[in-house]
Design a protein around this ligand. Sequence first.
Ligand code: DGT
Ligand code: CA
Ligand code: CA
Ligand code: ZN
Length: 572
Amino acid sequence: MQNTEIAKVLDEVGDMLELSGENFFRVRAYHNAARAIHDQSAAVAKMTRDEIDKIPGIGADLAGKIATLITTGELPLHRELSRKFTGELLELRTIPGLGPKRIKTLIDRLHIRNRADLERAAKAGKLRGIKGFGQTMEEKILETIARTESQPARRILYSEAEEVAASLVAHLRACRAIEQLEVAGSFRRRRETIGDLDILAAASNSQAVMDRFVAFPAVSEVSAKGDTRSAVVLRSGLQIDLRVVPRASFGAALAYFTGSKPHNIHLRRIAQDRGLLLNEYGLFRGESIVAGRTEERVYRALGLSWIPPELREDRGEIEAAASGSLPKLITRDDLKGDLHTHSTYTDGRNSILEMVQKARECGLRYVAVTDHSRRLAMAHGLDRTRLHEQAHEIERLRTQFKDIAILRGIELDILDDGSLDLPDDILAQLDWVVASVHYKLDQDPREMTRRLTKAIRNRNVDAIGHPTGRLLGRREASRFEFDEILRVAREEGCAMEIDSQPDRLDLTDTLCMAAKRSGVKLVVTSDAHSPREFEFLAYGINQARRGWIEARDILNTRPLKSFRERRPLASL
Ligand code: DGT
Ligand code: CA
Ligand code: CA
Ligand code: ZN
């Protein structure tokens, strides 16, 4: 079992306990345990009961339950509660605004059991009269139901797919017949969401590979099992395709199944123009194979240099490969610092000390502490006094760390009229100011453009945080005139952020391209709320690569010395 699967079960138990009216402390114990497990970098499934007991946030009683869950794949309490609270009832939690508390009210007052019940009640105007709902809420719920019904099958986050892919690849590697193995498809192109996983293997004995594949423990259903292709569905609902090809075709098959489809179609056209035929078995002239063993040879035989998978969307990469002008894409190792992190001063889960230690272990040479400004009361935002306290702590910590610089920063709220949440005299003392929109994200596009423009015009603002505010699968991007924002940002020397949180990845790939074209500098940041989240930087780098970004386009690839030449640091 993956950590995320274990955490999901515990979260569900917490929610179901709340639905049954259990006391707050018992409910919270389950959610805390879920979060603690989610934040573990080691696999909890491999731990002993004692080791689980030692994880902060997990008591002895829960450690026992988790051990049961790992060994049997099930939690008796979960099963018991699931009889009362069905899957379709729990699914209501995916509707924004509906937490267990409100769902409980809906069950108690209106006997709602599923989406259809909810839709009927909302359409009949029965929600608005209930305490804690109101008319706006009722309209929002109907809107969400209408929007999500027309959506095709669910896509999962890249980060979720990565966990599954890693354990599946480890599982398959034990099969001796496998000579080569790659995860292809949108996963290899590092798209932000993944529809299904496409695995490609070259093997001497394909039957042995298929047998091993369908024996993957997370499989719930084998939808096809043949000689060259098999497909399974996992318990989570994710589909996985596996193809086995001869070694001589591996490169051609890898290119074919990596896609994207538009990229493939364009490649085939180039082949045709040269009197060649390209398919998943190779590149052919008549009956004889011209290339197929490696991707490099296939591309070369088409007169192209090898194209990094992240670029394969037919957005000009084939032309660039033909003229030898592909970008030299940024890599994770290019990052020298992180410019967006949180600590226990606001909604982070760890101390500044713990955050800095981890940043240092991740090879970073500078890190900005950017807790929230005062408006975000829910995150206990910093005012003048608390920012001052934090400054003292940072001063103290600086003496302990010789090889990583701690920058004093803030994540400043952009208010609805574009003014900022703290006065200029405070901001001027900081080393890095990232300004973000956290409320009224659905403002009229013209107002939002004015709001962002005004923030960018403030000379103390260094970057705009998660500029569109979208949350994958949960919240649409804010609408505004992006070109106008870029024009002003360029004028003011204000950077745009690529926030690496796996459900944000904000800016998107195409917006990265637009920023680069307009000459606006970017930063790749983790927005880490715990030490583990520094690993998210890899996702921001994926996104940047998909946006054709090179190291020189990103400010925090600069060593501290040249970074400060551009942006003098007030407190360091
Ligand atoms: P996904 O799964 O929706 O995240 O996106 P992909 O790109 O992984 O798409 P998928 O799984 O349907 O197919 C994997 C690759 O196989 C795709 O990127 C390109 C190739 N492919 C699939 N169908 C076709 C097709 O009809 N024509 C061509 N040329 N290639 C195809
Ligand atoms: Ca796929
Ligand atoms: Ca597929
Ligand atoms: Zn934020």
